[in-house]
Design a binder for this molecule. Sequence first.
Ligand code: SAM
Length: 218
Amino acid sequence: MPDTKKKFEKKGSRGMDEIAKTLFAPIYPVIAENLIQKFGITTGTCVDLGSGPASLSIAVARQSYLTVIALDYSRDMHEAAERNINEAGLSERIRLLCGDVHAIPLDDDSADLIISRGSMFFWDDIHTAFREIYRILKPGGKTYIGGGFGNKDLRDEIATAMIKKNPDWEEFNRKNISPENVERFRTMLDEIGVPDYEIILGDEGFWIVISKKEPGAL
Ligand code: SAM
């Protein structure tokens, strides 16, 4: 098993579930609100890539009428996600899908909204992953893929607590949002020929917004 995947099994999945329910808990409703307000997409299918314990999937389902597909390649994460979804009473609205972002087991043009938080920094081959994302995105759809904590206050509060917990976290976070990393994603999007995208880098986080035009639209 590749090292990155091992990180999210057993102890790793328990740690992520724990932090998502405590320190990170306030960020998910804020991120959901940010993206729903930005795009106004409230119905159809939303795919959450690298959904982990499904906290963002749950927040999006609560604030919209979207049906959410929570995709992750870690079965342990899915076990935690299943418990959380059931506790939230959302098992009719959120479906778990075991899969890898490098070969997404979904049809072309099938997702109205594709979201992902804190996962893309672990993907082995971002060109393949984003080709897959563009393939499953419905014309008229949007993506909100990246990382962040929703707003400045939450970011500052979480950064202070995370650095206390794990001094390596500061460097990991700094690298993720560094100009070189942003450039790496921009270059990749240009190389795979995504015609319409925007990169957000600010208090809400680092997010890649891809728009797929309706056929025939200018
Ligand atoms: N999105 C969740 C959140 O913000 O609470 C979880 C974030 S956790 C840091 C990263 C997640 O991405 C893990 O659940 C991991 O299993 C998943 N992941 C990483 N690489 C993946 C891949 N190639 N395919 C599917 N899932 C992946």
